[in-house]
Design a protein around this ligand. Structure first.
Ligand code: ZN
Length: 358
């Protein structure tokens, strides 16, 4: 139905916009997952889809405007932009604008947000630098919109992985290995790589003069981690990243996702959630008896392992879902899949429950 159709009341237009903004979340899901899952092979019917707990109001951010974005001040000349699911940030300086990430779901709204702030604060709207948090296309896929006259900054691994995997995102012009301080128009930005976490190249972006830390895809303030513990590649590194984040001085947190900024309290809740889930999977390894699964499935080892682990995940996730319902949004959606990643990490990384045959 066209936007200007007379049947579109303001309310339904708003609902459609918020649906479109929220459907941006699906771009985080690889298409292969949808196809392989088979759930969408049959026409979906909204009536038979499962119910989930309602979202606590504390998880939601400010309303989006008619273009589908919100831009707000973090502190002084540092601003953040969201479409409700993804986040970017930018710093206005006397020499131009430094943009942090360029999620394709926000896309052309990035420059609109910058134009809006530049006009109201009478500064340049020209993006001169783009800092990449990490190489994932869902956070940097709109970088090409800013053309060739921009200095792009990222970790050496960001450059290597983009060069290997993605032709559409301009490579960083300036790279670093462990630390780099950027000074643009009298402003200071401290970049640091503390080892692999969510991805091999994910960096800490600290703005000490703005009391702000940007660390993407680790803690999504107000929300349970996305599927499979945010598809973190290095689980111990990702758990350590939250502790490293807390060792920095900041009050404002930009997590790269969902509709609001974070606080130190959000990081504490996130760390407790992960810690409770790790305790749960370790208890499950000890408490869930594998015998019935192997008895039932005989020589079909995968059937036995799959059903045994499903029982372990349910054992670990159920009390955590109950504890955090109403505290973090969507714990009933994704806690079991995050429990699976944590179970595999305690087994494979830590060797927990590993027994040597006598
Ligand atoms: Zn990512």
């Amino acid at each position: 139905m066209p936007e200007g159709d007379a049947h579109v009341t303001p309310d339904s237009a708003l609902n459609r916009r918020s649906f479109l903004a929220r459907s941006a979340a699906i771009t985080a899901v690889p298409a292969a997952t949808i196809l392989a899952g088979g759930a969408l092979a049959q026409p979906a019917s909204a009536d038979v889809l499962p119910d989930y707990a309602s979202i606590p109001p504390s998880a939601l951010g400010p309303a989006l405007n008619a273009q589908g974005y919100f831009v707000g001040r973090v502190r002084r000349n540092l601003y953040w932009v969201t479409d409700g699911t993804y986040q970017a940030a930018f710093l206005t300086t006397r020499d131009g604008v430094v943009l942090f990430d360029a999620p394709p779901t926000i896309g052309n709204n990035l420059q609109r947000a910058i134009d809006q702030i530049a006009a109201s604060t009478r500064v340049s709207n020209r993006v001169t630098h783009i800092v990449y948090s990490h190489y994932h296309a869902d956070h940097v896929g709109a970088s090409s919109l800013f053309g060739g006259g921009v200095v792009r900054v990222g970790h050496v691994e960001t450059k290597r992985l983009l060069a290997r995997d993605n032709d559409a995102v301009p490579l960083p012009d300036v790279t670093f290995e462990t630390r780099r301080t950027l000074r643009v128009g009298g402003e200071r930005i401290d970049l640091a790589w503390h080892g692999a976490n969510h991805s091999p190249d994910n960096i800490f972006i600290h703005l000490p003069d703005h009391d702000t830390l940007m660390l993407v895809d680790i803690n999504l303030p107000g929300w349970a981690p996305y599927d499979s513990f945010n598809v973190n590649e290095d689980v111990p590194g990702s758990i350590a990243a939250a502790a490293t984040a807390m060792s920095y001085r900041w009050r404002h947190f930009i997590g790269g996702h969902m509709g609001r900024l974070g606080t130190r309290d959000d990081m504490v809740v996130y760390q407790q959630y992960v810690s409770d889930l790790i305790d749960g999977v370790k208890e499950a390894v000890v408490a869930v008896d594998p015998t019935p699964f192997f008895t039932r499935y005989g020589n079909n080892s995968w059937a036995a392992v799959q059903t045994y682990q499903a029982a372990q995940l349910d054992y670990a996730a159920a009390p955590v879902i109950e504890k955090y319902t109403g505290v973090l949004a969507a714990v009933d959606v994704y806690t079991a899949s995050t429990a699976f990643m944590l179970l595999e990490s305690v087994r494979l990384d830590q060797g927990f429950g590993s027994q040597i045959h006598p």
